[in-house]
Design a protein around this ligand. Structure first.
Ligand code: NAD
Length: 442
């Protein structure tokens, strides 16, 4: 079994998982991604202890574009003890914009020079997808901890190389699927997976719909390929990777395992502007026990925005990162209301007499206290007002300092990448793809 920080890696059992275990959705599938409750408790205890530790950590960031500068760089600087010593970007205006915020930090154009710096302990990678693996592997091999943006890597094999590099180097590797750190998502996970307020889940629907070309206006001093890398298959895996993997991550987490098969249809049907990725995708994933995830992502109609909708025999839970889509729970009319449901002040009626409750874990003052448990998180201090990007960054630095398990590890990152790649393949080949258990294993 792989070792990280001298501990056995939890939850992933490459040697012991058979095809039968996998397809039948028994404990082995759950084990492929999830942690046992004892392990979760242990991870939480370690995180909580770690929150007291604000030992300085010297950090470098590679790729300070939209997400790298606007989110990762800024959130990292908000974490106590983080010292941003090096910033790397091949695009001068982006490099200078970030350097202005961190006087004393040095700028670099070549990421390999950053990996050679001896005083850097951790690297944040927010470059285009096709560069995640070479950059992360170089960082890990030079003994640095890594936070990489999602999707984990451009290919399944690249994800595995990154995982192996992290195991060999005994360094942290966290993937930027921030829903795992989100208080609302943890609350919803508890309702769906622990309290089973929807009963057994039989279907999931998720979508991320936008109305826009996704193409950015090109500054004079750069190339379309550099600026609009998302549009081209050499650098990007399109909608399934850029948007879908966040939502697949939540579904894998809530269902306790990754998908076993996928069918789909996609196309490049509207934005005929030279791009090579699909501009619409419609896929159905099959999970253990026949649960289906019906996933859509459009670029020509934004109706209903984005959300994940878990549907079970007793109710439906809708959760979204989008403020415009309030996360809510609808009880099926056939099910008697429990007291907490009757007591909720924010009920509303669905179209078919389902009784809806708006979910808002931040409504409670409890969130200002340390030690409060919300889903899989044990809060390590006040979280009210902190977004999931800041929480995931705090978790990353806690792991760097103490070896506490990361919030979204390579197993989860790999599983999302497998789902996106196999979905693209199913759409391309117009066929059902049975996902091999080996895809999820090192
Ligand atoms: N977690 C999230 O919610 C979220 C949201 C958006 C984007 N992302 C991810 O963040 C990553 C970056 O996306 P973005 O929208 O910021 O892209 P971007 O194009 O805005 O930024 C990428 C930056 O990397 C730089 N870069 C390109 N090649 C480089 C190289 N060889 N060396 C150093 N720098 C290089 C570019 O100049 C640019 O500044 C992607 O992996 C994307 O999927 C995550």
């Amino acid at each position: 079994m792989e070792q990280l920080h001298g501990r056995p890696q939890i939850g992933f059992q490459p040697a012991g998982m058979t095809r039968r275990d996998f397809v039948q959705g028994g404990a082995a599938v759950a084990a492929a991604l999830g942690l046992s409750l004892t392990e979760v408790a242990e991870a939480n205890a370690r995180r909580e202890a770690a929150s007291q530790d604000s030992r300085p950590v010297n950090v470098a960031i590679v790729g300070v574009g939209s997400q790298g500068y606007g989110v990762d760089f800024k959130r990292a600087l908000s974490v106590p003890g983080v010292k941003m010593k090096a910033v790397c970007d091949i695009y001068e205006p982006n490099l200078q914009r970030a350097l202005k915020d961190v006087p004393g930090a040095k700028g670099y154009k070549d990421y390999r020079e950053v990996m050679d710096l001896k005083d850097i302990e951790a690297v944040i990678i927010a470059s285009p997808l096709y560069l995640h693996a070479p950059m992360a592997i170089a960082a890990l091999e030079s003994g640095k901890h890594v936070f990489t943006e999602k999707m984990m890597a451009y290919s399944i094999e690249d994800c595995k190389k990154m995982a192996r590099a992290s195991i060999d180097a005994k360094k942290v590797l966290q993937v930027g699927h921030q829903r795992r750190a989100d208080v609302m998502y943890n609350h919803a996970w508890e309702m769906v997976a622990q309290k089973k307020v929807c009963g057994p889940i039989t279907h999931v629907r998720a979508q991320w719909n936008r109305n826009g070309s996704w193409r950015r206006t090109l500054p004079k001093d750069t190339t379309d390929r550099h600026w609009n890398w998302r549009m081209y298959r050499e650098y990007s895996r399109g909608l399934m990777a850029e948007l879908g993997t966040h939502q697949i991550h939540a579904v894998n987490w809530f269902l306790g395992g990754p998908p076993v098969a996928v069918v789909g249809m996609g196309g490049l049907d509207y934005w005929k502007d030279g791009r090579t990725i699909f501009d619409n995708v419609e896929v159905i994933f099959e999970y253990a026990n026949g649960v289906k995830l019906n996933y859509t992502s459009l670029t020509t109609n934004q109706f209903d925005g984005y959300y994940e909708q878990f549907m079970g025999k007793d109710g439906t839970l809708i959760i979204s990162e989008e403020k415009a889509t309030p996360s809510s729970y609808y009880r099926e009319p056939t099910v008697e209301a429990e007291d907490w449901m009757k007591a909720s002040a924010t009920t509303h009626q669905g179209k078919h007499k389902e009784v809806g409750l708006k979910l808002d874990p931040e409504a409670t003052k409890k969130l200002n206290k340390s030690g409060v448990k919300v889903g899989e998180r044990t809060l390590t201090g006040a979280v009210a007002g902190k977004d999931s990007y800041l929480l995931e960054m705090e978790d990353f630095f806690n792991s760097v300092r103490t070896g506490a398990p990361v919030t979204c590890d390579w197993k989860e990152g790999l599983a999302c990448c497998v789902a996106a790649i196999r979905a693209n393949e199913a759409m391309e080949k117009r066929t059902r793809i049975d996902i091999k258990p080996q895809d999820y294993m090192l």
